[in-house]
Design a protein around this ligand. Structure first.
Ligand code: PLP
Length: 384
């Protein structure tokens, strides 16, 4: 009855996970990957002002020129190149950009390489396009970096695209330039595209953010996707963008246009204010997340059965719980019962690589986080 593309689509929503906590009191939620801070006032004011000025009509499919230019300026600075608004497509969140990229590049039966553990959101678009997701390990022993030999082995004649997330959800890993260069060489040799998900590019606590688009020769085969969701706490406002060659953007715009014509007009003005306004807001929240990251790591070190790779970016820690001898799903259920803390199970949400893990999002204030981590510690002590 229904199209195969939707029948194949499996829903593993992180929000559904919250159902597990129903009936428990005083639960601390460390499962959701969205910032807990308010959207900056000047951003909200810009949306209100746009509404009052009557900017409530259709906008150009690719987004309003002022915003595309501001994005081009930011990304040019970031990847040290000269982009124009023709290199930019404004989308409904970075998710809209990922969907447009995959639908315009991937034919049914073609393969898309994704990091395993993976971010489940990308798989949805690959499935709808009829593509095949192929996992490439993020190697725990190598700080969740990518093994270039394994990547090479996974490339076939059907490989069309590699999706990279750095800083990574769920591992918190940040790929260094040497690794990105190695990946880029494989992409150029084997002629596939790279979608670089850079939604956490501001959230780097140790080291520096680098994009694969900076590697000479990669600009034309990279699609950068980014978002206002995380840095400006605008998750519900649904705005993001893609940056790529003019030709790729032109094809992606067809998909975005078919899906929604354009992104909500007033939110585009809000996003413009976010980019043009003071950036101290972002710097402050990143500083706070770093403190929380250190807190989570300090508490995890107090639990001998747990090991983890120090996350360098994003706002997640992905500890390995294999020594506890229960599945990650069972552990999540146990922690809600025993500790009244909700975390995400590493498997199946984040793929086979998440099998012995849980994902802790440090998106609650420090006092709550301290309480949650203490409760987790005490619950695990009872298990062993
Ligand atoms: N990419 C990654 C790696 C994410 O973690 C998320 C959200 O958690 C998204 C994309 C989706 O972001 P957006 O709100 O921009 O669609």
């Amino acid at each position: 009855m229904f199209a195969e593309r939707v029948l194949k689509y499996k829903k593993h929503s992180l929000i559904d996970l919250a159902k597990l906590a129903e009936g428990f009191e005083d639960v601390i939620y460390l499962n959701v990957g969205e910032p807990d801070f308010k959207t900056p006032k000047h951003v909200l004011d810009a949306a209100k002002e746009a509404m009052e000025k009557g900017y409530t009509k259709y906008t150009p499919d690719e987004g309003i020129s002022e915003l595309r230019e501001a994005i081009a300026e930011r990304e040019s600075r970031k990847i040290k190149t000269e982009l124009t608004k023709e290199n930019v497509l404004v989308t409904a969140g970075s998710t809209g950009a990922v969907f447009a990229a995959i639908m315009s590049l991937v034919n049914p039966g073609e393969e898309v390489l994704i990091q395993d553990p993976w971010y489940p959101g990308h798989i949805r678009s690959i499935t709808l396009a009829g593509g095949k997701s192929i996992g490439v390990s993020q190697v725990e022993e190598k700080n969740y970096s990518i093994d270039l030999d394994e990547l090479n082995e996974k490339v076939t004649k059907k490989t069309k695209l590699l999706i990279l997330i750095s800083p990574n959800n769920p591992t918190g890993a940040v790929l260094n330039y040497k690794t990105l260069k190695g990946i880029a060489e494989i992409a150029m040799d084997s002629n596939f595209y790279v979608l670089s998900d850079e939604v956490y590019d501001r959230f780097v606590y140790d080291g520096e953010f680098r994009s694969i688009a900076e590697v000479p020769g990669m600009e034309e085969r990279t699609i950068i996707v980014n978002s206002f969701s995380k840095a400006y706490c605008m998750t519900g406002l649904r705005i993001g963008y893609a940056v790529s060659s003019k030709q790729i953007i032109k094809e992606m715009a067809k998909v975005a246009c078919a899906a929604s014509l354009s992104v909500t007009s007033i939110i585009q003005y809000a996003a413009l204010a976010a980019l043009k306004g003071p950036q101290s807001y972002v710097e402050e929240i990143v500083k706070e997340y770093d403190e929380r990251r250190k807190l989570v790591m300090r508490k995890l070190k107090e639990i001998p059965e747990v090991s983890f790779v120090e996350p360098k970016g994003a706002f997640y820690v992905f500890p390995n719980m294999e020594k506890l001898g229960i599945s990650s799903k069972e552990l999540v259920e146990y922690l809600i019962r025993e500790a009244r803390v909700l975390v995400s199970p590493g498997y199946p949400f984040f793929g086979p690589g998440g099998k012995h893990h849980i994902r802790i999002s440090y998106t609650v204030p420090r006092d709550k986080l301290e309480t949650a981590m203490e409760r987790i510690k005490q619950a695990i002590e009872k298990l062993s």
